[in-house]
Design a protein around this ligand. Structure first.
Ligand code: SF4
Length: 451
């Protein structure tokens, strides 16, 4: 880490020590200092944070106080330093350097599947059938992180399979790479007291718990009794003062319930700090395209999530409709890539076409491979940020990239051709386009008014 980042890390740690002495008084004081030292920089952001800190009617007024008083101070400090100083400040400048030097995408985060195994048998999920056949070894994951850090990557996200089947290895990796943040998509049923204590000890592990909605929807897909186990894990994490969030996929069947006020309020009550929404993707030979939301359903989802983001103390990200904040599609190493349990380096967690395997190529070589370079050259895939995806909203782009790169399907269970996948998106893309154009015009007009 460079000298400036070390000084900022020390400054941030000191600021936290000061804050914890008297949170209510010192929150405002810290904001005064930030204003004084910012020298005119980040004025709109500082104004928004001040409003959230000082206005009791602001939705983030209670959220910020929860972070300060209901999260273990060491966890809070570790996450803040690793996320803001290592992953964002020092990491970002190293990534920029490497982007220029190697003339390819360099990611901000890497998604990894430690295992194909899972302890549940969810409807429509390949992992249950696939079982414990594929794993990245501890040394392989360690080496991916080592290579990632050389490129400035300090944020790692586990998917699967169920990553917590490998919880001992994951904790060892947290210890070894104590300067990184590890986010983990999990069904939460393997979170117990011992594991929560380990999370407290390392301080840099954050679960994102998968929920389909309320009890009926969750148990309907994941099995009877799973919802109760998940809510028990949420309660345990809350009582241990740990940070966790939720991951929910919206479909034509559940979009209303998982974007309802009742759902938000229940998650806030149970101590969640964030929710990541994913749009259903018709990936795989057994996908169910009828679960794709209609244009009206997607528009309603977009509006509700934005409404609650501005009114509820729960930070919500909508992976498919928030591309405007990250400049479009973030895959192909632009901001992230995905490595499956077989070592295949996929451009995206939903796009299983690759020409590289981490057992045969370095991370940098994979980023310079034809498939990743096709992403690099093609991004953004659409000027309309509500149509970011080369598969879902621009399927002709994915067909062309897979063909030009000669990439093969890396689907672990049933390889699917790009033509088969993209043909499920053609009608969706055509129907969504006019609605997205209208919505994007409104979005731009509202932003212009705010400016
Ligand atoms: S490929 Fe599609 S789903 Fe993946 S990050 Fe890009 S826009 Fe999102």
């Amino acid at each position: 880490m460079d000298v400036a980042a070390t000084i900022k890390k020390f400054g941030l740690e000191q600021a936290f020590n000061y804050l914890y002495k008297d949170p209510e008084k010192n929150l405002r004081k810290l904001m005064d200092w930030a204003d004084k030292f910012a020298g005119g920089e980040f004025a709109p952001q500082r104004k928004a944070i001040r409003e959230a800190i000082t206005n009791p009617d602001h939705p983030y007024y209670s959220y910020i106080r929860r972070l300060v008083t209901e999260v273990d101070p060491n966890v809070m400090k570790t996450l803040a330093v690793n996320l803001f100083i290592n992953a964002s400040l020092a990491g970002w400048s190293r990534q920029e350097e490497c982007r220029k030097k190697y003339d390819c995408n360099i990611p901000w985060t890497i998604l990894l599947d430690p295992t194909s195994a899972c302890n549940l048998h969810c409807t429509g999920c390949w992992a249950a059938e696939y079982g414990n056949k594929l794993n990245l070894t501890y040394d392989e994951i360690d080496d991916i992180i080592r290579q990632g850090k050389e490129l400035g990557v300090y944020m790692y996200i586990y998917t699967g399979g169920e990553p917590l089947v490998r919880k001992k290895d994951l904790i060892r990796l947290c210890e070894k790479h104590s300067d990184c943040v590890f986010l983990c998509f999990t069904n939460a049923t393997l979170i117990d007291e011992d594991f929560a204590n380990e999370m407290l000890r390392v301080g840099n592990f954050v679960p994102a718990i998968s929920l389909e909605g309320f009890e009926e929807a969750t148990d309907g897909r994941r099995g009877s009794g799973v919802y109760q186990k998940v809510t028990k894990a949420m309660e345990l994490l809350r009582s241990k003062k740990l940070v966790y969030g939720i991951s929910s996929c919206y479909t034509s069947a559940n979009y209303e319930s998982i974007t309802s006020e009742e759902y938000y309020d229940s998650l806030i009550r149970m101590g969640a700090y964030f929710i990541w929404y994913f749009h259903y993707m018709p990936v795989g030979n057994d996908a169910a395209p009828e679960l794709l939301p209609t244009p009206e359903q997607r528009k309603g989802t977009y509006e509700r999530i934005r409404h609650f983001r501005a009114t509820k103390p729960l930070f919500a990200m909508d992976f498919q409709n928030d591309a405007e904040y990250v400049g479009g599609c973030i895959a192909g190493g632009h901001r992230y890539l995905h490595i499956n349990a077989n070592g295949d380096v996929d451009p995206c967690v939903f796009i299983h076409y690759s020409d590289s395997n981490i057992r045969e190529k370095s991370l940098l070589e994979a980023l310079q491979s034809p498939m990743m370079m096709a992403y690099h050259r093609g991004q953004p895939f659409n000027e309309n940020m509500l149509r970011p995806c080369p598969m879902l909203e621009n399927p002709q782009r994915l067909r062309a990239m897979v063909a030009s790169a000669g990439a093969h399907s890396t689907d672990l269970q049933s390889p699917e051709s790009a033509e088969h996948l993209c043909s499920k998106c053609d009608l969706y893309a055509a129907n969504w386009a006019p609605v997205a154009e209208e919505l994007w015009k409104e979005n731009r007009a509202a932003k212009a008014k705010e400016a």
